[in-house]
Design a protein around this ligand. Structure first.
Ligand SMILES: *[C@@H]1O[C@H](CO)[C@@H](O)[C@H](O)[C@H]1NC(C)=O
Ligand SMILES: *[C@@H]1O[C@H](CO)[C@@H](O)[C@H](O)[C@H]1NC(C)=O
Ligand SMILES: *[C@@H]1O[C@H](CO)[C@@H](O)[C@H](O)[C@H]1NC(C)=O
Length: 262
């Protein structure tokens, strides 16, 4: 369903300082059914199961309950994130998703390092680009022509890698733009997607670059089924001490977010 619809741009708001401690995005779908006491119970046990499994392996899909009260859930960490960071992210996400959305059966929460989603409708394996969040650095690159050529080539390369067999839906790589400047990029799909669906989701994500990321020094596209990000500083693991410091100071950079709803 999702991406064939017509989308409305609902709001473009606020300069914010992105911190890994806060969710990057969240959705409590007001068009979905309200919870019942039985569903709430099933959501609780679903979340416990997801936390347990995803903390260990970085990914889990499962369901809880039966018939009308069955709820489907997915939890996944960004594939490059170390397991301790993954585990603590998943635990926070599971707690916050309930606070953020106590009364609806379709809820999603995104952090930089992990993602949790549940719904009474079975969404496994479906490409969902209906709800998107875009973060872009307010600063423009100085040489758009060179930059965009390099960015296009890098995204093409990692999107092919992420959707190839055996890569668990993730790829990351960098390319030198000059002696002083390196471009870093990462793309990832949720691991329930087929290779073809992953490719499709990433193509839609990158297709947004001209609209939301045009000539920007950094950008992120966050969907329910995939994620892409590029920056002019290293942001994916493994990071050495200097790179960690650079990443921390990058948190003070100006990113603007835009949310697109179906
Ligand atoms: C909402 O709940 C009703 C009644 O339980 C059910 O028939 C319907 O399929 C639900 N809708 C969705 C989108 O899950
Ligand atoms: C970046 O470029 C856009 C489009 O040319 C312009 O509107 C914007 O003000 C520029 N941003 C900065 C921080 O210079
Ligand atoms: C971010 O941008 C706003 C508005 O453009 C500006 O007032 C603020 O100083 C900027 N902050 C940083 C850290 O660059």
């Amino acid at each position: 369903m999702g991406f064939t619809h017509h989308y409305l741009l609902i709001f473009a708001l606020c300069i914010l300082y992105v911190e890994s401690a806060d969710p990057s995005a969240q959705l409590c779908n007001q068009n979905s059914n309200t919870t019942t006491p039985q569903l709430t119970k099933n959501i609780d046990s679903l979340l416990s199961a997801l936390v347990k499994a995803a903390s260990e392996s970085g990914y889990s899909v499962t369901s809880s309950g039966s018939n009308q009260a069955r709820v489907y859930g997915l939890a996944q960490c960004r594939g490059d994130v170390p397991s301790d960071e993954c585990s603590s992210c998943i635990q926070t996400a599971a707690k916050e998703i309930k606070n953020m959305c106590p009364d609806r059966v379709d809820a999603r929460i995104w952090y930089e390092y992990c993602f949790i989603r549940y719904n009474t409708e079975n969404f496994f394996g479906q490409v969902d680009t209906g709800y998107g969040t875009f973060y872009y650095n307010v600063e423009n690159v100085t040489d758009p022509k060179t930059f965009n050529t390099a960015l296009g080539a890098l995204m093409y390369k990692i999107n092919s890698m992420a959707s190839a067999a055996g890569n668990k839906g993730i790829a990351k790589d960098s390319t030198k733009l000059s002696d002083f400047l390196t471009l870093y990029a990462l793309s990832q799909c949720t691991r329930d997607l087929s290779q073809l669906s992953c490719r499709q989701c990433l193509a839609i994500a990158v297709g947004n670059f001209p609209t939301y990321c045009d000539d920007k020094k950094g950008c992120r596209v966050i969907y329910s089924s995939c994620y892409v990000r590029y920056e002019l500083y290293p942001f994916y693991f493994p990071l050495d001490a200097d790179q960690k410091m650079a990443l921390e100071s990058s948190l003070k950079k100006n990113y603007t977010s835009v949310v697109k709803k179906p």
